[in-house]
Design a binder for this molecule. Structure first.
Ligand SMILES: NC(=O)c1ccc[n+]([C@@H]2O[C@H](COP(=O)([O-])OP(=O)(O)OC[C@H]3O[C@@H](n4cnc5c(N)ncnc54)[C@H](O)[C@@H]3O)[C@@H](O)[C@H]2O)c1
Length: 256
């Protein structure tokens, strides 16, 4: 998709990868840029990047619907929607049901709420772009983060289904799947061991991830992999599922 003159929305835009996307999109000749976040910081960030800020909880469908409607009324369309906000609670069977629900709402349902209020408008407008920030954990799993990895797998399934159902109607879908990125989410997960397999491939900056995301949107690639090694891991997984599981399990054992 050509980015010039487009109306763009980014959720989770107040920090991390979302803020990286803001900085990168702000360099393009857009028609408008709209930033959504649950944090009140979104207003000062919007001012800084000549954008419009909205304090919105993306797990509240009513709030999401109101903002989408308002932007379309003002600007005529939303052409690119980056559904980026996400949440991780580390843990395994000890994660509380409330934390599972929170991850399910943010990592899966927030995309459903946005799509439900947006896709018909995009179809009327003869197309649009919906980018979901997932994670390599949604493709390759992640030990020590059961709820996050599971909900991110669900997000991959959701995005595939969107692509299958809506590509022919002009809606292009991408999943942005980095491994580790230098954001608050990673800093809060400071109890992840530095021997965790994820650290092997290094930590990218939000700006590097945003650069890949915009290239992916321009190329209309479904799968956007800022860490190139992930492609090799997916190929290994699909070529020999049993061997992949055993190797991963061995890596986890070695970590102890
Ligand atoms: N940091 C990583 O290593 C990494 C790796 C792969 C994928 N991701 C994904 O990238 C996305 C962005 O994460 P990040 O690392 O930039 O984290 P972050 O914590 O820096 O940023 C998340 C942003 O989302 C906002 N947010 C959280 N809940 C919200 C809600 N209910 N409504 C609106 N906004 C909300 C937060 O206020 C924050 O500004 C997430 O989907 C995450 O799962 C992160």
């Amino acid at each position: 998709m050509i980015l010039k003159n487009k109306n763009v929305v980014i959720t989770g835009a107040a920090s991390g990868i979302g803020l990286g996307l803001v900085k990168r999109f702000a360099k393009e000749d857009l028609n408008s840029l709209h930033l959504l976040d649950i944090s009140p910081n979104i207003f000062s960030i919007a001012t800084q990047y000549n954008a419009n800020g909205y304090m919105v909880d993306v797990t509240n469908e009513e709030q999401v619907a109101i903002v989408i409607k308002k932007i379309i009324e003002n600007d005529g369309s939303i052409d690119i929607y980056c559904s980026n906000a996400g949440y991780q609670k580390l843990g395994t069977l000890d994660i509380s049901n409330d934390e599972w629900d929170k991850m399910w709402q943010i990592n899966v349902m927030s995309h459903v709420y946005a799509a439900r209020n947006l896709f018909n408008e995009m179809i009327k407008n003869k197309g649009g772009y919906f980018l979901i920030t997932v994670s390599a954990a949604g493709l390759l799993n992640m030990n020590g983060s059961l709820g996050y990895a599971t909900t991110k797998h669900a997000a991959v399934g959701l995005a595939e289904n969107f692509s299958i159902m809506y590509d022919s109607k002009g809606i292009k879908i991408s999943i942005l799947c980095p491994q580790l990125v230098d954001t608050d989410m990673l800093r809060l997960a400071d109890n992840i061991s530095r021997d965790h397999p994820l650290f092997i491939d290094g930590i990218l900056s939000p700006e590097e991830v945003a650069e890949c995301a915009l290239k992916g949107i321009e190329d209309e690639s479904f799968l956007i992999l800022p860490h190139q090694q992930v492609k090799k891991y997916i190929q290994f997984k699909s070529a020999d599922y049993e061997k992949w599981l055993k190797s991963f399990s061995q890596l986890v054992e070695n970590e102890k």
